[in-house]
Design a protein. Structure first.
Length: 100
């Protein structure tokens, strides 16, 4: 999966110093098509790297959809959300919550 030019430039704008365990985190809740789960996982890993704390995937009530929770360092929450919206069809951001 290739990143669009606009996605690459947005990721460069959100570039931050190497992460430490003390970074505040944000949990992003998404609903995506079942066929997009592998692409979402790869994209989250590419954008966040070690800043991805965990990823939880569960079946949605709606047939053909999956619930995805991404816990990332807060500094990258906007960048990963933007990248997922740009790259994956039918992604629906259902919530985001910051944590310390």
């Amino acid at each position: 999966m290739q990143l669009h030019q606009s996605t690459r430039s947005t990721l460069r704008q959100h570039a931050v110093a190497p992460f430490s365990a003390a970074q505040p985190t944000c949990t992003i809740h998404l609903t995506i098509d079942t066929a997009s789960v592998t692409g979402a996982r790869r994209l989250a890993m590419r954008v966040c790297g070690e800043a991805l704390e965990f990823m939880r995937i569960a079946r949605d009530r709606q047939e053909g959809r999956m619930q995805v929770w991404l816990c990332v360092h807060a500094a990258l929450a906007g960048a990963v959300t933007y990248a997922l919206r740009q790259q994956l069809p039918g992604v629906l951001l259902t919530g985001a919550r910051g944590q310390s």
